[in-house]
Design a protein around this ligand. Sequence first.
Ligand SMILES: Cc1cc2nc3c(=O)[nH]c(=O)nc-3n(C[C@H](O)[C@H](O)[C@H](O)COP(=O)(O)OP(=O)(O)OC[C@H]3O[C@@H](n4cnc5c(N)ncnc54)[C@H](O)[C@@H]3O)c2cc1C
Length: 372
Amino acid sequence: MAAPDLIVIGAGPWGLAAAWRAAARGARVTLLDDRRRPAAWVAAGMLGPWSEAADGEDDLHRLQVTAAGRWPAFAAELQRASGVDPGYLVGGTVMVAARPEDIGSVRHHMERLRRLGHDAPWTPGSALREQEPGLAPGVAGGIVLEDEAQVDPRRLLAALHAACRAAGVDVRADAAGSLRRDGGGRVNGVALASGGKLRGARVVLAAGHSASRLSGRVPLRPVLGQALRLRLPRDARPPARRVVRTPSAYVVPRPGGELVVGATVEERSDAAPTAGGAHELLDDALAALPDLRELELVEVAAGLRPATPDGAPAIGVDPDDGLLWAVGGYRHGILLAPVAAEAVAELAAGDPAPELAAFSPTRFAAQEAPCA
Ligand SMILES: Cc1cc2nc3c(=O)[nH]c(=O)nc-3n(C[C@H](O)[C@H](O)[C@H](O)COP(=O)(O)OP(=O)(O)OC[C@H]3O[C@@H](n4cnc5c(N)ncnc54)[C@H](O)[C@@H]3O)c2cc1C
C-alpha cells in the first residue's frame, strides 16, 4: 500500500478534525488512535469567545472569534459527512455575580468586552431572574451574551470518527512510540508503540498534552479539569435555558436533559477526580442555581488540558524538521477545533495559514534564545 501523504498522531478533536479536513481535500491520511479518552471527552463544549476573553490575550481572542464564526458551517458539514448530529446549538450565555465578591469580576469582564467592541450591559438580578427564573435570589446581576453557542463534545467525537471513516481516513488503533527522521533530521514517519513503522510525507502531532514526549519543540503541560454531569428527571424544566457562568464555575444545560458543571483548573497531571473538586464545583454552581441540588449526579470526571506556557495554541510547521504541530487548545480546544483543522489541512497541502502567525510552534524557542 502507498505511504500516506499525512500521518496524524492523536484522535482528539484536533487530530480527528484535521484528518477529516485533509482527507476531504484529497490527501491520503492515516490517523493513529491510541484509544485513550481525550481531554475532549470531559469537556463542556462551550463555544464562548466573549465569555472566555481575558486581559493580554487579544490575538487569542481574535482567533476564538474567527473559530466561533466557522462553527455553524463546520457543524453542518460534519453532520452531512457523518450522519451524526454534533449538538451544535446557539443558546446564549449569562455571566452572573452569584456572590457579592463576584460583582467586581463580572463588571471588569463587562468593561473588557466593551474595550473589545462587544457591548453587553449590566443587567440587574431581578431582570435576569425574569429571563432565567432558576437563578438564586442572591444573584446581584450580570451580563447576557446571546450569540454564544455550545456543542456536545462526545457527539462531536463520534461525528468526527464517522466523518473520518466516510472520507477514507485509515484509522489505526495504535500509538506513536517515537518520530522517525531522515539523515537530515526531517520527520518522515512514526515508530509505532506496537512495534511497526509507518512512513509518511508529512506528520501532524495532535497528541494533546502528551505531544512533548515525541518532540520538545513546544513545551506542553497537562492542566487538570474536573467536571460533573447531572441529569434532569424526564419532562422536568431545566434550572436554566442558557449556559450560566460565575467567575468560578459554569453550568451547561443540554437539550437531552444533561447538565455539565465545570470546571476546576489544577496544575496536576494525574487525571483522577477528587471529592474536593466535586465539592468546590457544586458549591459554586449551587450559589447561582440552587435547584441543581435535586438533580441526579451521574458522573464525576477529569481530563488533562494541553497547555503551552502562554496558554495559546501552537499550530504550524517546524521549519527545522517539517513536523506539523496542532496542540495547545488548553481551555478552548473545542472552540478552536475548526480553525486548527483547516489550518492543518492547508499547511499539509503547502498553502499558507496567515491568521496563525502569532501561534507558531517555534515561538517558545525564540523566547529562550539568549539576548545579544
Ligand atoms: C473539564 C474540561 C472542560 C473543558 N471545557 C471546554 C469547553 O467548554 N470549550 C472548549 O473549547 N474546550 C474545553 N476544554 C478543553 C478541550 O477539551 C481541549 O482543549 C481539547 O480536547 C484539546 O483537543 P486535542 O485534540 O488537542 O487534545 P485531546 O482532546 O487531549 O486529544 C489528544 C488525543 O491524543 C492521544 N494521544 C496522546 N499521545 C498519543 C500517541 N503517542 N499516539 C497516539 N495518540 C496519542 C490522546 O490519548 C488523546 O486521545 C475542556 C477541557 C476539560 C478537561
